[in-house]
Write a protein that binds this ligand. Structure first.
Ligand SMILES: Nc1nc2c(c(=O)[nH]1)N[C@H]1C(S)=C(S)[C@@H](COP(=O)(O)OP(=O)(O)OC[C@H]3O[C@@H](n4cnc5c(N)ncnc54)[C@H](O)[C@@H]3O)O[C@H]1N2
Ligand code: MOO
Length: 408
C-alpha cells in the first residue's frame, strides 16, 4: 500500500471502499439478556417451526370452511357447538361436519377445523347452537404451524446487530444464547501539549480540556465497541510512537486525535509510519471539516488519525471511523441511521470534489444550516443532525429538499 500526500485529499467514498484492514474480533457466547446490539458471528437458525401448531387469530368458532359456503344474513349456516378449546392446551374436541368449537385468539385449532369464524359473525340461536351469517375461506382466522418461522429458518442473520425484536424472536424460538463477535476494543489517544484531562479545575491560557476522547468514547459505544482510553500524549514523537505501538498491540482499532495537520509539531504521521507495514493508506480526505485525516494499518489493526479540532474529529469519526469499528466487530449489515427530509432554509455553497458536512437544526420541517469555525464544539451540540453535500455538487439551493441524518 502506498502512502499518499496530504494535499492530494482522497474522496471519502474511495477511502471507505479502499481501506479495508482484515482485523476481525473473535467470538464469544452471550445470553439472550445481554445480546442487545451484539453481532451474531453466524446466522442464528430455528430448531423448530413457529408457532409450531395451527393457531386461531380471532375469538370465534373453529369450523370447516366448506360448511359456511353461501352463508348470509338471510340464509345463515347452522352449527352445533361441540365444545371449546382452552388456552395453552391442545384442543380436546374435534370439528366434524356441521360442528363448531369455540376458540379464543391464539388457541390451538382443533382437529378437523380449517378456519375460524369471528364471534361477531355468529349468533347463538339456542344453547349449544350457533348460526354463521358470513362464509369463511380455508385458512381464514388462523396462522399455519410454520407461518411465523419454518424449521431451519434464519432467526437473526450474521453481521446484523441484534435489535429488540430479534431478541423477541430468539425467545419465541427458545434460543437462550448466541455466538457473537467480541466487542472491538478501540484505543483512544489524544495528543498535544495544550490538552489536559477534563478533570482539570483551572486552565492556564492556552490549555484546553480533552473534549475529543470523551465524545469519541460515546461514538465507539454507539458503534458496538469498547472505548479504551490511552490518555493524553505530549508533542513528543518518541512518546507518541510508543503509545501507539502499545495501543496497536492491545486494541482492535486505534484512534489518535490531533497532530495530523502540516504544522511544525505535527508528529502523528511519522509516529504512525513507525508502526510498520502496511503503513499509511491516505493522509488527507476530501471532506470539510476533517481534511487532515490519516488512515493507516499497523499489521491488520486500523489506525485512524483524526483532526485536532474536536468538531472535525467527531464529524470524521462518525462518517469514517464508525464503519471501520463496526466492520472489525463483524457488522456486515449496518443499521440505517435515523433521518428526515427537510427544506433547506438557506443556500449552502460547497466545492466540487469535496464532501461537505453541514450541521443543521430542524425546525418546522426546515433545515437551518449552522455555520461557524470547526473549532467550535457547541455547533455540534446545537445541531439536530447534518446534511451531506456530496463530491459532485457545488452547493445546495435554498428551498431544496435535503436528507438530514439525525443525531440520536
Ligand atoms: N497551515 C494549515 N493549518 C491548518 C490546516 C491546514 O490545512 N493548513 N488545517 C486546519 C484544520 S482543518 C484543522 S482540523 C487543524 C487540525 O490540525 P491537527 O490535526 O494537527 O490538530 P492540532 O493542531 O493539534 O489541534 C487543532 C486544535 O484542536 C485542539 N485540540 C486538539 N486535541 C484536542 C482535544 N483532545 N480536545 C480538545 N481540543 C483539542 C487544539 O488545541 C487546537 O486548537 O489544523 C488547521 N490548521
Ligand atoms: O478539517 Mo478541519 O478538521 O476543517 O477543522
Amino acid at each position: 500500500m502506498s502512502g499518499r500526500e496530504f494535499f492530494t485529499a482522497l474522496p471519502v467514498s474511495e477511502a471507505l471502499a479502499g481501506f479495508r484492514p482484515g482485523r476481525r474480533t473473535g467470538t464469544e457466547r452471550v445470553g439472550r439478556a445481554d445480546a442487545l446490539g451484539r453481532v451474531p458471528a453466524s446466522a442464528v437458525t430455528s430448531r423448530t417451526a413457529l408457532p409450531g401448531f395451527t393457531r386461531s387469530t380471532v375469538d370465534g368458532f373453529a369450523v370447516r370452511a366448506a360448511d359456511t359456503h353461501g352463508a348470509s344474513e338471510a340464509l345463515p349456516a347452522y352449527f352445533e357447538v361441540a365444545g371449546s378449546v382452552r388456552m395453552g392446551a391442545p384442543a380436546a374436541v374435534a370439528v366434524g361436519h356441521g360442528t363448531a368449537v369455540a376458540v379464543p385468539t391464539g388457541a390451538a385449532l382443533p382437529e378437523g377445523a380449517d378456519a375460524v369464524l369471528m364471534v361477531e359473525h355468529t349468533q347463538q340461536t339456542m344453547p349449544g347452537m350457533i348460526e354463521a351469517s358470513r362464509p369463511v375461506a380455508v385458512g381464514d382466522g388462523t396462522v399455519r404451524a410454520d407461518e411465523d418461522v419454518a424449521a431451519d429458518d434464519v432467526l437473526a442473520p450474521a453481521g446484523r446487530p441484534l435489535r429488540a425484536q430479534d431478541l423477541g424472536l430468539l425467545a419465541a424460538a427458545g434460543t437462550g444464547d448466541v455466538v457473537v463477535r467480541a466487542k472491538p476494543r478501540v484505543g483512544i489517544v489524544s495528543t498535544g501539549d495544550e490538552v489536559v484531562p477534563p478533570e482539570t479545575e483551572q486552565l492556564l491560557a492556552g490549555q484546553v480540556r480533552d473534549a475529543t476522547a470523551s465524545a469519541l468514547a460515546g461514538l465507539v459505544i454507539d458503534a458496538g465497541g469498547i472505548p479504551c482510553p490511552r490518555g493524553i500524549v505530549p508533542d513528543d514523537a518518541g512518546v507518541l510512537t510508543r503509545t501507539l505501538e502499545k495501543a496497536a498491540q492491545e486494541c482492535d482499532v486505534v484512534v489518535v486525535s490531533a497532530g495530523s495537520s502540516v504544522g511544525a509539531r505535527d508528529e502523528t504521521v511519522a509516529a504512525v509510519e513507525a508502526l510498520g507495514e502496511p503503513g499509511v493508506f491516505c493522509h488527507g480526505l476530501a471532506i470539510k471539516p476533517g481534511k487532515p485525516t490519516l488512515l493507516a494499518q499497523a499489521g491488520e489493526v486500523p489506525v485512524i488519525g483524526l483532526p485536532g479540532n474536536p468538531l472535525s474529529a467527531l464529524v470524521v469519526f462518525r462518517l469514517v471511523g464508525v464503519p471501520i469499528v463496526r466492520r472489525v466487530g463483524g457488522v456486515t449489515l449496518p443499521p440505517a441511521e435515523p433521518s428526515t427530509t427537510a427544506e433547506l432554509a438557506r443556500r449552502v455553497a460547497s466545492a466540487a470534489g469535496r464532501l461537505d458536512v453541514v450541521q443543521v437544526r430542524v425546525q418546522d420541517g426546515r433545515a437551518v444550516p449552522l455555520f461557524g469555525a470547526s473549532a467550535l464544539l457547541s455547533l455540534l451540540t446545537t445541531a439536530d443532525g447534518y446534511v451531506v453535500i456530496d463530491e459532485s455538487a457545488t452547493g445546495l439551493d435554498e428551498g431544496q429538499h435535503v436528507t438530514v441524518t439525525l443525531y440520536r
